[in-house]
Design a protein around this ligand. Structure first.
Ligand code: SF4
Length: 236
């Protein structure tokens, strides 16, 4: 609880993290994938943005001080199984009105935390750090991005699927740990611009935001140049 003026703000703790099987079950309920009839055919910009996108995970261990995702989804990354992700893409392909073959996003709160977590549940349970990646990437964090590539690779082989884009924001201090992942990303999954969020260009405000300094941004640029030379647009 936090006092604010003559009132108190009550922040509920995040829900207990779901296992992969539980998360799959939630995501595979028989959703209609169309707006509620109460909207009676009106244009809904938010629906247009997400109707061909697939959420593959929940949670974030970034702990940025201005962001609420870690507070309401938790710091433990909960990932769907590859099979479940593939089944949802097939559902979109076969049932979503207007689908032309492009999945607009395969992502979540962050583009590249799928199956990344602390190396030990026991260490995680006792850890009091606010972020696994600030001020430096914790030595206990698994940063191998090979799991991130798997659903993307499988999905782009599916009949009737032309492109799989990744439009969620990239946590680039993590991504540069795995140049092969960056190469795979920019070669196959960037629809024109890669979304990143440096948030600022100066170290003092960045440190208050619990974001990496600009040297990490420059490392990403070098990594991109050696991958394919895609243009980078700041998403903030
Ligand atoms: S020990 Fe490191 S990787 Fe594990 S939860 Fe804490 S900060 Fe994150």
């Amino acid at each position: 609880m936090q006092a604010h003026g003559d009132r108190y703000l009550w922040v509920n703790p995040p829900a207990i993290p779901l296992t992969t099987e539980e998360l799959d079950a939630v995501f595979e309920l028989p959703y209609q994938r169309i707006p509620h009839p109460a909207y009676s055919g009106s244009k809904i910009p938010a629906y247009d943005m997400i109707k061909f996108s697939v959420n593959i995970m929940r949670g974030c261990f970034g702990g940025c001080s201005f962001c609420s995702i870690t507070e309401h989804e938790g710091r433990w990354i909960q990932s769907r199984s590859e099979d479940s992700v593939i089944r949802e893409i097939e559902q979109i392909r076969d049932k979503a009105p207007g689908f032309t073959g492009t999945i607009s996003d395969l992502g979540g709160p962050t583009a590249n935390m799928y199956h990344l977590n602390c190396k030990s549940e026991e260490i995680h349970a006792h850890c009091r750090r606010l972020s696994c990646v600030f001020p430096t990437i914790c030595k206990n964090l698994l940063t191998d991005h090979s799991s991130n590539d798997l659903p993307d690779r499988r999905a782009r082989q599916l009949p009737g699927i032309k492109r799989i884009l990744i439009a969620s924001g990239l946590r680039y201090d993590l991504a540069v740990q795995d140049p092969e992942y960056v190469k795979e990303l920019v070669t196959h999954h960037v629809g024109g611009y890669l979304k990143i969020a440096p948030e600022h260009s100066e170290d003092a405000p960045l440190s208050k935001m619990m974001k990496p300094g600009m040297s990490t941004y420059h490392r990403l640029r070098s990594c991109l140049k050696s991958s394919r030379g895609r243009r980078v647009r700041n998403s903030t």
